[in-house]
Design a protein around this ligand. Structure first.
Ligand SMILES: Cc1ncc(COP(=O)(O)O)c(C=O)c1O
Length: 362
């Protein structure tokens, strides 16, 4: 039993900024004099439309989404996009190329295989996904309808540090675990998609950024709700959108703006991750799992080399208020997910706890 909030290092759903939760709580039963909770509003009401419009405008402004692109709010998680991307894009040539750098990119590729000829453009499987292939290792064919990569590998703790050059092939990225953590040159992408439950909002909404010229060429059997053109034409309101989650995203975007916007967020997250990685580099007990140059600033994977000790660490840490540090079963060891809402203090305190644990387990 904890009287206070703990530091929750969950890979997702994960922490939300405390001030956002408090504001949502204060507005829960009567949103700004409307006499209703946001949960109770018609998605077509004036009051809700103003929440929706402001959230979308703030998102576009914060990520500097150009006019060539549209932002739509979908449901079904990033997983639905594993199918929606090929269904909407593959008709151009019937073929697509995928970089496999972790489990989610591998799952995305497997899903896409139902809709066309899918080829591996690069893979980091030979070293258990501890690194990111270099540009020179990417085999992207000119006849690919698109090239897909996962910008941050949540499970393995690696992150692409460069935007792949595709020589004209449409670029698609799953940014579920690092969207809104650094500036992105959106114009370079055909599609960016991201589930909300790490850096944006509670689970339930998936943000998709689409180059508008790519929409409307979907496979004929694409479900209406998976057609990007439908989402664009209806401004994400073809049916009832995940209203409350979009409202929460709006609150998070205001909070993010107050942190200095995307540049401010980038500074904070870089410094935050460095605290943990610097300690891992000097520790004689804990070792980082990812190759140094591919380290993710969002998901920090590490281990002691002794499975029983890893288990003890995760358990002791949870008791001390640092929860969800057990690594994904595909990697083992530990994983600290330090998304935007994790305060710097949480990472500093975790490092203090790790140092103590190291002394006790020499
Ligand atoms: C990079 C990445 N892609 C996709 C997913 C799947 O997301 P969802 O559960 O929203 O379908 C996750 C979930 O953790 C993820 O981290």
């Amino acid at each position: 039993m904890f009287k206070e909030r703990i530091y929750n290092f969950s890979a997702g759903p994960s922490m939300l900024p405390l001030s956002v939760l408090e504001q949502a709580a204060a507005e829960m039963t009567n949103y700004r004099g409307s006499g209703m909770s946001v949960m109770e509003m018609s998605h077509r009401s004036k009051v809700y439309i103003s929440i929706f419009d402001e959230t979308k405008a703030d998102f576009k402004k914060i990520l500097r989404v150009p006019d060539t692109h549209e932002v739509v709010f979908m449901q079904g998680g990033a997983w639905l996009q594993f199918a929606a991307v090929p269904m909407n894009l593959i008709s151009a040539t019937g073929k697509a190329d995928y970089a496999v750098t972790g489990n989610f990119s591998s799952l995305a590729m497997k899903e896409a295989k139902k809709y066309g000829e899918i080829r591996v453009a690069a893979s980091s499987e030979d070293k258990n996904h501890t690194y990111i292939p270099a540009q020179s290792e990417l085999k992207i064919s000119p006849d690919a309808a698109y090239f897909h990569y996962c910008a941050n590998n949540t499970v393995y703790g690696t992150e692409w540090k460069y935007i792949p050059e595709t020589n004209g092939v449409t670029l698609v990225s799953d940014m579920s675990s690092n969207i809104l953590t650094k500036p992105v040159d959106v114009a370079k992408y055909g599609i960016i998609y991201a589930g909300a439950q790490k850096n944006m909002a509670p689970a339930g909404v998936t943000v998709v950024i689409i180059d508008k010229k790519l929409a409307g060429k979907e496979l004929p059997y694409t479900p209406t709700m998976m057609r990007y053109q439908t989402m664009i034409e209806s401004d994400s309101m073809h049916n009832t959108p995940p209203c409350y989650t979009i409202y929460m995203l709006g609150l998070v975007l205001k909070w993010l703006d107050a942190q200095g916007g995307i540049k401010g967020m980038e500074k904070i997250k870089t410094a935050k991750a460095k605290i943990l990685y610097d300690y891992l580099d000097e520790s004689r007990l804990f070792k980082g799992c990812a190759a140094r140059e591919a380290r993710s600033d969002m998901n920090v994977t590490f281990r002691t080399g002794n499975e029983a000790l890893d288990e003890t660490f995760a358990k002791d840490a949870a008791k001390a208020g640092f929860d969800n540090l057990k690594g994904h079963r595909a990697v083992g060891g530990m994983r600290a997910s330090i998304y935007n809402a994790m305060p710097t203090e949480g990472v500093q305190k975790l490092v203090e706890f790790m140092k103590d644990f190291e002394i006790k387990n020499k």
